[in-house]
Ligand binder design. Structure first.
Ligand SMILES: Cc1ncc(COP(=O)(O)O)c(C=O)c1O
Length: 367
């Protein structure tokens, strides 16, 4: 077996979860574990959160198959699907008692057609995200209609922020006040809408007035701030670390090239080591000639095009042996290659980095 692993630190996961809870202990949590818990392993993540004194009230996933995987592995929390109800998922929604998201007339009709029994639903309100949800102008009427439909229990209503991870919170606050107006109108009219929720990680960090009854942390659970613009009002520790080992060492002469496309030329006689991880594992080709690794407490530059299964590092004349530990992402003693370091190179967000670590990289759970 090759030595490349994604080490998932479950103590750090618990640390993050507890700190998120501590920030406002009066509200419940929908732990967002979609996309295999952003690449960390949804089953292990859910089990670990359930070991705490205050397990999440709900888990949030995008799709029904993600929920079924959790249920088949003994996870008992209520599960909310962010994906809208459809002909594709309704049978599983009913069979597995998932809580679907509804926001159109067709969704209401689907439920009439398929279910005589009462089922819990969530309603997504688009206050400005511009993706899913009932447009805010139609939200009151839609919720009223849903509340009057016999087979429906409205378990909650929610909205999603598009810019809560930005420094400038004007637009997020605008979305928030639209959501608050709706809630006030529903209350004034005595319409039961269950629990309200809005806050993703950016809002959990910086917009306590958006907490309502539940919060929906995703990226922060896994120890990453959603962007470099939010505050760090909650202490977080990264949960994923990518580790491998030196698998080949060879001296290269000045003028020699390394890897596809001759994108790196050796300037002075040096040792080039190779490490068994590549773009098929989620070590993006965009990191070519820009990333670095930690070997024996020292940084070394990645050189030559990142290939499907292998990457190379220039270790100079240092004494490096076959099998020496290589940290590609994460912290080792005082040195760290942070998720944001990759984000900066790849012009992306921390979410994409961990989601992209492919299934070929075994997750090894440590406490
Ligand atoms: C509806 C919904 N709520 C909450 C989250 C969690 O967001 P974050 O990972 O920024 O905390 C997501 C993730 O994108 C989402 O789609």
């Amino acid at each position: 077996m090759r030595p490349t692993i994604a080490e998932i630190n479950l103590s750090n996961l618990k640390y993050n979860y507890k700190n998120i809870r501590k920030k406002n202990s009066n509200v419940g949590v929908i732990a967002v574990v979609k996309a295999d818990a952003y690449g960390h392993g949804a089953i292990q993540v859910a089990k670990t959160l359930n070991e705490t004194d205050t397990p999440p009230e709900y888990l949030g996933v995008a799709f029904d198959n993600e929920a079924i995987e959790l249920i088949n592995n003994g996870i008992k929390n209520q599960i909310i699907l962010f994906e809208p109800l459809s002909e594709f998922n309704i049978k599983n929604v009913l069979r597995y008692k998932l809580i679907p998201t509804l926001f159109t007339q067709q969704h209401l009709e689907l439920l009439k057609k398929y279910s005589r029994k009462k089922i819990k639903i969530q309603i997504d309100v688009d206050t400005g995200m511009g993706r899913l949800g009932v447009p805010r102008e139609d939200a009151f009427d839609f919720i009223l209609k849903a509340a009057n439909q016999k087979n429906i229990i409205i378990d909650g209503i929610y909205t999603h922020f598009s810019t809560s991870d930005e420094k400038n919170k004007n637009y997020a606050n605008e979305q928030l006040s639209r959501f608050i107006s709706l809630i006030e109108k529903l209350k004034m009219n005595g319409i039961n809408f269950g629990k309200a929720h809005a806050a993703n990680s950016g809002a959990i960090l910086d917009m306590p007035e958006s907490y309502f009854d539940l919060i929906r942390p995703g990226v922060s659970l896994y120890g990453n701030y959603p962007s470099t613009e939010t505050s760090e009002s909650i202490k977080l520790k990264p949960v994923m670390k990518i580790v491998s080992a030196v698998s080949t060492i060879r001296w290269f002469e000045a003028g020699d090239y390394v890897s596809y496309g001759r994108r790196f030329q050796v300037k002075k006689r040096t040792q080039i080591v190779s490490v068994p991880m590549g773009y098929a594992d989620g070590y993006s080709r965009g990191l070519t000639n820009k990333a670095r690794a930690i070997i024996k407490n020292k940084f070394y530059p990645q050189v030559g095009t990142v290939t499907m299964d292998r990457i190379m590092f220039d270790v100079g004349e240092d004494k490096i042996k076959l099998g020496d530990k290589v940290v590609l992402l994460g912290k080792e003693k005082r040195k760290e290659i942070s998720n944001f370091e990759w984000c900066e190179i790849l012009k992306t967000i921390p979410y994409e980095i961990t989601c992209n670590i492919s299934k070929r990289v075994p997750r090894v759970y440590v406490r």
